[in-house]
Design a protein around this ligand. Structure first.
Ligand code: GRF
Length: 196
């Protein structure tokens, strides 16, 4: 299965996918809502098609999401991989790609959903946080969990140091899950994911 990767920012997770030689040929397009996202440069550098769908060019979430979905389909991608995409997609978008949208989140969900997960974990003084890769449903940072990995929080951690250690784990975990995704080896049954 070919995929579209959606990214709004630096794109280090995209880079980890690109650097996986077996995954690179499956990335048909990289889409961003942010024309200056570093993720787009990473894609251009290895001749992957890039498209920008600007939030500001659309009257509402539905039409923005429909425009993104149209780009994905016209690129021939069947799967969607969110890698730091900072826009919430509409329920109609989720329905268009049933069990075919992955997300990576920097906490052990259901703890600390939302955009400030690393900061929230530090504020709550947890000893262990981590990474979750999950299928996306209509709720934010929610949906069938595929894999999780733990990261210990050090007493001296700042948001930057903890996020850096979390990202090192992300860059191992995401390619391994996306590999199973593109191979059709992830099956959702009754809200539970089976990695075949
Ligand atoms: C990652 O930490 C990911 O968990 C979260 O957004 C961040 C994206 O980082 N969803 P990058 O753009 O891949 O470097």
């Amino acid at each position: 299965m070919d995929i579209a990767v959606l990214a709004s920012g630096s794109g280090t997770n995209l880079q980890a996918l690109i650097d996986s030689a077996d995954l690179r040929p499956h990335i048909n397009v990289v889409i961003s809502d942010n024309a200056s996202a570093r993720a787009l440069d990473r894609a251009r550098k290895c001749d992957i098609d890039v498209r920008v769908v600007r939030w500001e060019d659309h009257p509402d979430r539905e039409s923005f999401s429909a425009a993104v979905a149209d780009v994905i389909e016209s690129a021939g991608a069947k799967g969607v991989v969110l890698a730091g995409f900072m826009r919430i997609l509409s329920p109609a978008f989720i329905e268009r790609f049933p069990d075919r949208i992955l997300n990576i989140h920097p906490s052990l969900l259901p703890a600390f959903p939302g955009a400030r997960a690393v900061e929230a974990a530090l504020d709550r003084r947890v000893k262990v946080t981590g990474v979750t890769v999950h299928f996306v449903d209509e709720q934010v940072d929610h949906g069938p969990i595929i894999e999780q990995a733990a990261v210990l929080v050090e007493p001296t951690d700042t948001i930057a140091t903890l996020h850096e250690r979390i990202q090192r784990v992300e860059h191992e975990l995401y390619p391994s899950v996306v590999r199973d995704f593109v191979s059709g080896n992830l099956v959702v049954e009754n809200g539970r994911v089976i990695r075949q």
